[in-house]
Design a binder for this molecule. Sequence first.
Ligand code: PMP
Length: 439
Amino acid sequence: MSHIFPRNSRASLPVIDRGEGVYLVDSTGKRYLDGSGGAAVSCLGHSDAAVNAAIKAQLDRVAFAHTGFFTSDPAERLADALIAHAPAGLERVYLVSGGSEAVEAALKLARQYALETGQPARHRVIARRQSYHGNTLGALATGGNMWRREPFAPLMIETTHIAPCYAYRGQDPGESAAEYGQRVANELEAEILRLGPETVLAFVAEPVVGATLGAVPAVDGYFRRIREICDTYGVLLILDEVMCGMGRTGTLFACTQDGIAPDILTIAKGLGAGYQPVGAMLCSAAIHDAIAAGSGFFQHGHTYMGHPVAAAAALAVLGRLTDDGLVERAQTMGARLRTALQTAFCQHPHIGDIRGRGLFLGLELVADRETKQPFDPARKLHARLKAAAFEAGLICYPMGGTIDGRQGDHVLLAPPFILEDAHIDEMVTRLGTALAQSL
Ligand code: PMP
C-alpha cells in the first residue's frame, strides 16, 4: 500500500523514471512527449545539463543558510538579473518557494504598504472570474474559480470578482476588440466605485489566463486602461505571471506585450523550470522604500525563502532563457505550433477557439462551433481527453473551466522551448488521435 496522498484511486499512476529533453520516460520505458511542461513548468525540458551543473556546484558549496543570518551569492545575482530584465519600475525582488507563496507575499506587501502610507481602510482585493492564483488561503480567495473557493469561503479575505477579458465569449457581435477591451476594463472602475475607492487595496490579474481557461490573452488596450484606472484610484496593480511569465509567451515578462508594468509582479513555475521549487515577487522601489522608511521591514517570511540551491537553479535557468535565445525560440516555435494547430483543427467541428501567445496556447472544445455551446459537463470531456492523450504518449493539460457558471472544456499546450519541428508534428498527431478517441 502506498502512503502518499493525494492519489487518484481510480488510476494507478505510472512511476517516473527519467527525463530526456522534451520527453518523460516511465519505469516501463514508455515515453511521453511533455506537451504542457507539466503545468507550464518545464520550459527547458528535462535534464538540462547547465541547470543540473549549477545545482550540483551550489550543493558542493553550501545547501542552506537561513536568510535571517546570511544572504548568498546566487540569491543576490538572481535578483540583479531579474531586475535587469524586468519592466521599468520593478526594482526589488523577494524570493520564495512557489507561486502561491509569491501571491501571498504580494497581497501582504500591498496591505503593509497601505498601512505605512496612512491608508488603513484599504483592504479589499478585486480579481477576475475564471482566474487561478494558487491554493493557499489568500491566493485561493483571490482566484475566481468558484468551485475551488467554495468549501473554504468562510476562511477567506474579502475579495470580489469582475469579468475576465475573454474575447471569444465576452465580445459582443458588432463590437470591436478595442471597444470590448475598454468596456470590460471599465468593470474595474465600476467595482472600485461600488466598494468605495478608499477601501480598495489591489487588483490582481494574470496577463494571460492559464489554469482555468487555457491561455487567454487580453485584447490590445485592456491592460492599459486597467493601469489607468488603478492609478486614478490609488489601487495597486498586481500581475500574476506565475504561469505565463519567464518567456512562456515569447517575452520574458508577459505584461511587456500589453505595454504596461504592474506595481507588484509574481513569477514561479518557469523560474525554476521544475529543477527546484522557487518563486519570486517583484515590486517597485516606491513600495519597498515606503516600508523601509516606515516600520523598516516587511512582516513576512518563510524558512526556505532565498534558498541558495533554488536560487542557483533559477539563475542558471534565466541564463539559458536570455543568453541562449530560448525566449525568442518560444516566440518562433510558438508561431509554428499555432500554425500547425490551426492547419490541423481549423475545420474541426468541436474546436471553437485556438488562442494564446508564444508557447502558451489553448484550445477550447465546444459541442457546436456556431453557437459556442459547451459540452455537457457530465461527459467530463477534458478528463477523458487527458487520459486518451496520456495513453497516446502525450502530456497535455486539459481543464474544465467555468463558462457562465457552466463547466467548459479547454486544453493548454505549453511545451518546453527546446522543442523541434518534429515534436510539433508528433504533438498535433497525438492530440488529434486523443480527440478522436475522447469525443
Ligand atoms: N498563480 C498562477 C497564475 C498559477 O497558474 C499558479 C499555479 N497553477 C499559481 C499562482 C500557484 O502556484 P503554485 O502551484 O506554485 O503554488
